[in-house]
Design a binder for this molecule. Sequence first.
Ligand SMILES: CC(=O)N[C@@H](CCC[C@H](N)C(=O)O)C(=O)O
Length: 371
Amino acid sequence: MNLADLQTIRRALHQIPELGYAEFKTQAYLRDYLSTLPQAFMQVKEWRTGLLVRVEGKAPTKVVGYRADIDGLPIVEDTGLAFASEHEGRMHACGHDFHMTIALGVLTNIVTDRIDDTVVFYFQPAEENPGGALPMMQSAEMKNWWPDKIMALHVAPEYPVGKIAVKPGILFANTCELFVEFKGKGGHAAYPHQANDMVVAACQFVTQLQLIISRNIDPLDSAVITVGKIVAGNTMNVIAEKAEIEGTIRTLSKETMLIVNKRIRQLIDGFQIAYNCEITRTERPAYMQVFNDETETAQFITYLNEQYPESYVACPAAMTGEDFGYMLEKIPGFMFWLGVDSADGLHHARMSPNEDALAFAVDVLTNYLNV
Ligand SMILES: CC(=O)N[C@@H](CCC[C@H](N)C(=O)O)C(=O)O
């Protein structure tokens, strides 16, 4: 598939970013595109707002899985691109438009020029929030089309086009979302002694969270807590009765995640007494770390070195998260970073990946499926 066709798809998808499990237009676009391809060896199943597409091989010895996530983020795009998001407050700022386009490019190649093995493409919703990989794996649709091995990629703004960064073992962190609500007593700004200020409680709580990292975690281990959202109060001279914080926790081991979460529960207990308020945490399951299979990754690195010399970059683990980790927990495979050379990084309102990476990735993956 040529770059111009890939660009057309990518730009169309870029214009219609949708949040997790609301990817209706995206699913319809994918379906419409698939309907233009030869149908003889292809089957499509719907799962919630995602799709599974199976392309039968000529002489299969295995089923290879390829996963592409399809959701966007609640970000107001600021790229100024002619094909910027048409959905106010939504943006493909994590490259999932690239992920889908590359999957469609590979799919188009192998449906028109078939390969030996059968390939199942998983167009998975809700990677960012609340997580689609685990429920997709538990669905009858995926259980019936279960792969023997699986691959996925993630765009990497910090690497140039033509580079692929990967490592065996842990690539991405364990993650856990953090939603905490504080309920105290509102009142007049001039009478703090008669109220119970949840702005103060929430601010102290956020600061205390950072002390978990610096005081409870082994300095040679890695953990991150980021609070990305605080909502509290209505105006400058009324003490806020309620506050809400949203954040994410990242660790490089499951054990460290347990320590962080235990400390957060203890903090909540202590804060309820200290600030005489009610604190509720909505617990969500942690995302599994992305752990690349040693053998599968080594084979891919050998292939890169032989077929695309200079492309391979040995990279460190990152504190990003990905629910693809659940798939890798059960199915041997790997995820890799694809260089897309953007001055602004992932989750930035001006992230603008270089589209030349689309053709490179489609080429690398199509040829790898033929090995
Ligand atoms: C690659 C990337 O940016 N992934 C996201 C995944 C979100 C994980 C989850 N919703 C959480 O925040 O815990 C990331 O933020 O790393």
